[in-house]
Design a protein around this ligand. Structure first.
Ligand SMILES: [Fe+2]
Ligand SMILES: [Fe+2]
Length: 297
C-alpha cells in the first residue's frame, strides 16, 4: 500500500466504486434518531412503522420469534407496541433494518445466517453485559452490537470477488476477517461501515463503535466500543462467526480467547456480577440460535 493511502482514504475510494449506495429503510433511520431523544413518542413510532408495510411484517415476525416468548400470537404493530412497549419495539425495528440490508440486496459470498447469528449474538451479549453495569444503557449496547459489522455485509456484497479471497485467506491463515480484509483491500469493514453509517446519519456513538471496534491499540476507545469489542470476542468464542458457512465448521472452531482477560476488561468497565453473566451465556446462545432459525427458517 503506498504511503499516501490510509484505511480511511482507501475505504472512501472503495465506496466510490459501489454501483448502488446501500440504503437503510427510512423508518429505521428515523427510529434510530428518535431513540436518541429523551422522550419517546409512542404514537410517532407506530405511525412510522405502519407506513412501511414490509417493515411492519418483519416486526410482527420478530415479535413472534422465541426471543420474546409471548403467550399469545401478536398480529399487528399496535398490539406489539402495547405488549412490548416502545423500547423493545425500537430494538425490533433495528433488527429488521439489519435484515432488510442483509437479505434484500445483492448476493454475497458470506453465509448470511452465520452473519446474522454473529450480529444478533453480539447485540444480545452486549445488552446482557450492560445490564450488569450502572452506566451503560442496555438499548445502546444492543443497537451497537447489531450494527457493529454492518460494513462487512456491504463490502462482501459490493466487492464479491475480492471478498471471496478474503474468506479463503482468513480460513487458510487463521486470520480474522478484519485482518484478511486489511491484506486484500488495505482497509476493512470497520472503515467502510463507519462511512456508510455517516451517510445514513446514525448518531455519533454508533459510528464510533462501527469504526473502532477492532482498534484495541488505541487506548481511548469509548466505553460502549470496548463493551462491543468484548461481546464480539465472546461471540466468536461460542462459534457465532461469519467466517464459516456451516454450523459444523463454526462450532468446531475454538478461538484461543482468554476469558479471564476479558473478565478483567469487563470489571474495568464497571460490569459486575460476572458469574451471573457466565451462568446466563448458554441460554443466550440458545436464544440466538432459535431466533435466527425462526426468522430464516
Ligand atoms: Fe468487526
Ligand atoms: Fe463482529
Amino acid at each position: 500500500m503506498p504511503m499516501s493511502l490510509t484505511p480511511l482514504s482507501t475505504a472512501q475510494a472503495i465506496m466510490k466504486t459501489f454501483k448502488v449506495l446501500p440504503t437503510v429503510p427510512a423508518a429505521a433511520s428515523r427510529a434510530i434518531q428518535l431513540l436518541n431523544e429523551s422522550e419517546v413518542d409512542m404514537g410517532e413510532v407506530a405511525d412510522i412503522l405502519l407506513a412501511d408495510q414490509v417493515m411492519a411484517a418483519r416486526v410482527i415476525r420478530i415479535v413472534n420469534s422465541p426471543l420474546y416468548k409471548l403467550l399469545q400470537e401478536i398480529d399487528s404493530v399496535r398490539q406489539a407496541l402495547i405488549y412490548l412497549g416502545p423500547q423493545r419495539v425500537f430494538e425490533i425495528i433495528l433488527t429488521s433494518c439489519f435484515l432488510e440490508l442483509t437479505d434484500s440486496q445483492s448476493r454475497t459470498p458470506l453465509k448470511m445466517q452465520s452473519c446474522w447469528e454473529h450480529a444478533f449474538g453480539v447485540g444480545l451479549v452486549a445488552k446482557k453485559l450492560a445490564s450488569f453495569s450502572d452506566d451503560i444503557p442496555q438499548d445502546q449496547a444492543y443497537i451497537a452490537g447489531i450494527l457493529h459489522d454492518i460494513g462487512e455485509v456491504i463490502l462482501s456484497q459490493q466487492r464479491r470477488d475480492e471478498f471471496t479471497r478474503v474468506l479463503v485467506l482468513a480460513r487458510e491463515r487463521e486470520l480474522d476477517l478484519y485482518q484478511a480484509e486489511m491484506k486484500v483491500f488495505g482497509t476493512s469493514h470497520a472503515e467502510v461501515g463507519a462511512l456508510l453509517a455517516e451517510q445514513w446519519r446514525f448518531p455519533e456513538v454508533y459510528i464510533d463503535v462501527i469504526r473502532n471496534h477492532h482498534g484495541l491499540q488505541s487506548g481511548n476507545m469509548s466505553t460502549l466500543t470496548r463493551l462491543v469489542h468484548i461481546a464480539d470476542q465472546i461471540c466468536l468464542n461460542v462459534g457465532f462467526c461469519c467466517k464459516y458457512g456451516n454450523a459444523e465448521q463454526r462450532e468446531g472452531q475454538v478461538y484461543g480467547i482468554d476469558m479471564l482477560d476479558l473478565e478483567r476488561q469487563l470489571s474495568s468497565l464497571g460490569v459486575k456480577r460476572l458469574s451471573d453473566f457466565r451462568a446466563s451465556l448458554a441460554e443466550l446462545v440458545q436464544q440466538v440460535k432459535q431466533t435466527v432459525e425462526s426468522i430464516y427458517g
